[in-house]
Design a protein around this ligand. Structure first.
Ligand code: MN
Length: 423
C-alpha cells in the first residue's frame, strides 16, 4: 500500500466528516499570496502554502529547489517525476499526522503557512500546453448516436476499435470560479436556408474528468498500456462547455471547433493517481470486438469515483441534475494515452486529456443537458418552477466528485462556472 494512503492516518488539522480532503488525499494546486503564486495542498478546510513550509525547513534534505515551490504552476513539481512527487507527498503526510510536533511547535510558521480555505485564492494549477478531448463513454456515444442517427447504428464503425478524440484548445481552459460569457457564433436554424450569427441558444455542459501528463515523451516515441500510468500525474474535474447549435453546424467534416473552444473549466486541486489507487475498479469487458493488441486491457484500470452536476440559477434554488461515475468509461485513461501516442505523437508535462462526457446507463446519470433533456424534448423541472433544456444566463454549473472506501473519502472539491449573458 502507498504509505500516505493508509486509512488509519489522522491529521492534527480538523477534517470535517464530509471533506474531500482528508490527510490521505494531499492534492496539489497553486495558492495566490501577497508575495506571489505558491505550490499548495489542502487538508480539511485548511490550505497549506508549501513554499512557506519549504523556507521553514520542513523539506530540508530532500534535494528540492525553491523554484518548485515559488511557482505560478505545478508543472515543475510534476516534472520532478513520480518518485520525487511521492517523497514530497509522504513528507507532507508525516508533518500533518496526529502527534507530529515539527510544525505544531512552530507558531509563526503555522501562522504563515496555513490559510482557511474560505480566505484562499486558488489559481489555475497547471500550465496546459496541449489539450485533447476524448469520447470514451459508451452510454454517451450511444445516446448521441440515437439522437442524431438511429439506435441500430448508434455507434460509428470505429468507436469500439479506438478511443475517438480531437485536439482542443488549451488557451481557454480556466480554473473553477471563472465566469464565462455565452459564446456567439454561426448557427443554422431548423428549416432555414442560410446560417445566422448570434448568441448560442443551446449552451451545455459536459461532465468529464481530465488527466494531467507528468512525464514527457520524445517525438517518435510511443507509450504502452503498461507504462501509461507512469506518465499520468493526476486528475481534475473538467467541464467541457459546449455550444450545441454552433457545434452542429460547423463540425462537418473536421470535428468540433468554435462550439467547444470558448471555454473549459477545471477544479483547482490536482488529485494524484496515487491518492486514487484505492478506487481502482474493474474495467468493462472488451470482447465484442476485442481491441487490437496494442490497446488490449488486462488490468483494473477504471476508477470508482462518484460524479455530480448541479445547476444553480442566479435567483432561486438549484438542483442536482446528474449523478454519474468515472467507472462508466469504456476506454480507460491508459488506452487513451496509448492510442494518443501510437503514431509517435509526443506528450509534454502539463498536457491535459479529458475523458469525454461521462454518462451512465439511466437518464439520471447522463452527463450533458443534450442527453438529460433528450435534445430539448424532455425539460428538467427546477425547484423555482422554471425549466431547463440547456443552460440559461446567470446559471452556475457545479461539478463535484469523490470516491469512498475503508471510511476514507478522497475527492476533488468542485469545479464551478457561471454563465454571463453574451456581449
Ligand atoms: Mn467533451
Amino acid at each position: 500500500m502507498i504509505k500516505a494512503n493508509n486509512p488509519s492516518l489522522k491529521s492534527w488539522i480538523q477534517v470535517p466528516a464530509d471533506s474531500d480532503f482528508p490527510i490521505q488525499n494531499i492534492p496539489f494546486g497553486i495558492v495566490v499570496r501577497e508575495s506571489g503564486h505558491k505550490l499548495a495542498t489542502i487538508i480539511g478546510d485548511t490550505v497549506i502554502d508549501l513554499a512557506e513550509l519549504y523556507h521553514g525547513g520542513m523539506f530540508d534534505g530532500l534535494g528540492l529547489d525553491a523554484s518548485v515551490f515559488e511557482n505560478e504552476f505545478i508543472n515543475d513539481f510534476m516534472a520532478l517525476g513520480k518518485a520525487q512527487n511521492r517523497v514530497v507527498r509522504d513528507r507532507i503526510s508525516v508533518i500533518f499526522q496526529e502527534g507530529n510536533q515539527e510544525l505544531q511547535g512552530n507558531e509563526s510558521l503555522m501562522a504563515s503557512a496555513l490559510i482557511p480555505a474560505s480566505e484562499a485564492t486558488l489559481s489555475m494549477p497547471v500550465k496546459v500546453g496541449d489539450y485533447t478531448d476524448f469520447y470514451s463513454s459508451r452510454d454517451h456515444a450511444y445516446n448521441v448516436g440515437c439522437m442524431f442517427r438511429d439506435p441500430n447504428n448508434a455507434l460509428l464503425p470505429n468507436w469500439l476499435h479506438l478511443p475517438v478524440g480531437y485536439h482542443g484548445r488549451a488557451s481557454s481552459i480556466v480554473v473553477s470560479g471563472t465566469p464565462l460569457k455565452r459564446p456567439k457564433g454561426q448557427q443554422m436554424p431548423a428549416g432555414a436556408d442560410k446560417p445566422v450569427y448570434g448568441p448560442c441558444r443551446l449552451l451545455d455542459f459536459e461532465l468529464e474528468v481530465a488527466f494531467v501528463i507528468g512525464k514527457e515523451t520524445a517525438l517518435g516515441d510511443t507509450i504502452s498500456m503498461d507504462s501509461a500510468e507512469e506518465h499520468i500525474f493526476g486528475l481534475v474535474l473538467f467541464n467541457d462547455w459546449s455550444a450545441r447549435d454552433i457545434q452542429k453546424w460547423e463540425y462537418v467534416p473536421l470535428g468540433p471547433f468554435l462550439g467547444k473552444n470558448f471555454g473549459s473549466s477545471i477544479s483547482p486541486w490536482v488529485v494524484t493517481l496515487d491518492a486514487l489507487e484505492p478506487f481502482r475498479t474493474e474495467s468493462p469487458k472488451q470482447n465484442d470486438p476485442e481491441p487490437l493488441p496494442y490497446l488490449k486491457n488486462t488490468e483494473d484500470r477504471n476508477y470508482d469515483i462518484n460524479l455530480f452536476v448541479d445547476i444553480n440559477p442566479e435567483s432561486g434554488e438549484g438542483k442536482t441534475v446528474c449523478e454519474s461515475n468515472f467507472k462508466y468509461m469504456y476506454w480507460n485513461m491508459c488506452q487513451q494515452l496509448t492510442h494518443h501516442t501510437v503514431n509517435g505523437c509526443n506528450v509534454k508535462v502539463g498536457d491535459m486529456c479529458a475523458s469525454g462526457t461521462i454518462s451512465g446507463p439511466e437518464r439520471g446519470s447522463f452527463g450533458s443537458m443534450l442527453e438529460i433533456s433528450w435534445k430539448g424534448t424532455k425539460p428538467v423541472d427546477m425547484p423555482d418552477g422554471s425549466q431547463r433544456k440547456f443552460i440559461n444566463d446567470g446559471d452556475t454549473v457545479t461539478m463535484r466528485g469523490y470516491g469512498e472506501r475503508n471510511g476514507v473519502r478522497i475527492g476533488f472539491g468542485e469545479v464551478s462556472g457561471k454563465i454571463l449573458p453574451a456581449d
